[in-house]
Design a protein around this ligand. Sequence first.
Ligand SMILES: Cc1cc2nc3c(=O)[nH]c(=O)nc-3n(C[C@H](O)[C@H](O)[C@H](O)COP(=O)(O)OP(=O)(O)OC[C@H]3O[C@@H](n4cnc5c(N)ncnc54)[C@H](O)[C@@H]3O)c2cc1C
Length: 338
Amino acid sequence: MTTTSQPVDVLIVGAGPCGLAAGIEASKSGLSHLILEKGSVTESIRRYPKLMRFFSTAENIEIGGIPFPVSSVKANRNEALQYYRKVAAYYHLKTKVFTEVQSVQKQGDIFRVLTTKGDTFYAYKVILATGYFDKPRWLGIPGEDGPQVSHYYDEPFKYSFTNVVIIGASNSAVEAALELYRHDVDVTVVHRGDDFRSTVKYWLIPDVKNRVKEGKIKTVFGSCVTRISQDAVRVHNLKSGEITTIPADFVLILTGYTPDSDLLQRCGVELDPETQIPQYNRTTFETNVPGLYVCGTVLAGIFTEKVFIENGREHAQAIIDHMMGREIHKVNELVQRI
Ligand SMILES: Cc1cc2nc3c(=O)[nH]c(=O)nc-3n(C[C@H](O)[C@H](O)[C@H](O)COP(=O)(O)OP(=O)(O)OC[C@H]3O[C@@H](n4cnc5c(N)ncnc54)[C@H](O)[C@@H]3O)c2cc1C
């Protein structure tokens, strides 16, 4: 067990792009820092689909003022992993990986940070930058925990020459459906709405709709999966009430993820009961616990599509400005829309 008796100025939980940005800003301001990360550096991105490409241009997901050169305008997963690792190394960020924070407790002016391994760290300020990718939205249906069912899509080759049912109609679902179809997979998309979501990237829409028109990707809209068995899903049509069965060797439930509200509450942060948005100051990002900040997508509640690297990376500067008593950097307007 590790116990550090000397508090650091700033302890950051999570080494995603926004947590790394916070470490960089702390370091630039001469504050001692420590980043605790439950997985590897940029663990969420490491778990993204292997063949994915970011929708943002590379310059819009840069951190620490370090240019992000890529061979095309937008980075792929590999390039992003290389970039963020190199930036972390360049700034000598103090990162302890594979260290999951269990809770943060304030004791007088000091925070006591406890890990699931039983280690304890101390800090004067804490920034929670834990993102949203660890907590899939579970449907709560029988069979959801089966070995052929996943809430994450990784790569297409595993699924070639099988039947895959994708539940969901967002970007992730559409991207997975197109990629799988192009790798000889028999794909059916099941979604409770009447169409793909309006938030799907505009350049994907003609592609997916034309494949549906050609019958190459099947859709079952206005319907819910109510049970998953070993080789099929049971589908309930929400209008007609009709029950059908669709063959499914694999089921991908791509209905999104949410920030870890239990962790936030264990740290004393109050959440809006409806939106799950933590109580925080929109300028300084300080929560209802003085000295405890939220940074990046963790502050988005259920609206995770509103905070991403492009705008989340900016929180870091505002937070450190507040800690340093400087004029506070104003963050990108998108955040204000929440
Ligand atoms: C397929 C895909 C494509 C995307 N493309 C883009 C894009 O083009 N542009 C864009 O701006 N955004 C994009 N996003 C969204 C973006 O990746 C996220 O919004 C972004 O990663 C948020 O950064 P973050 O640092 O807040 O959180 P994360 O990157 O999720 O990092 C949080 C970190 O905290 C760690 N952590 C969690 N809990 C704990 C704990 N208890 N203790 C210690 N560590 C913990 C996690 O392991 C993780 O490493 C995309 C998302 C997906 C899924």
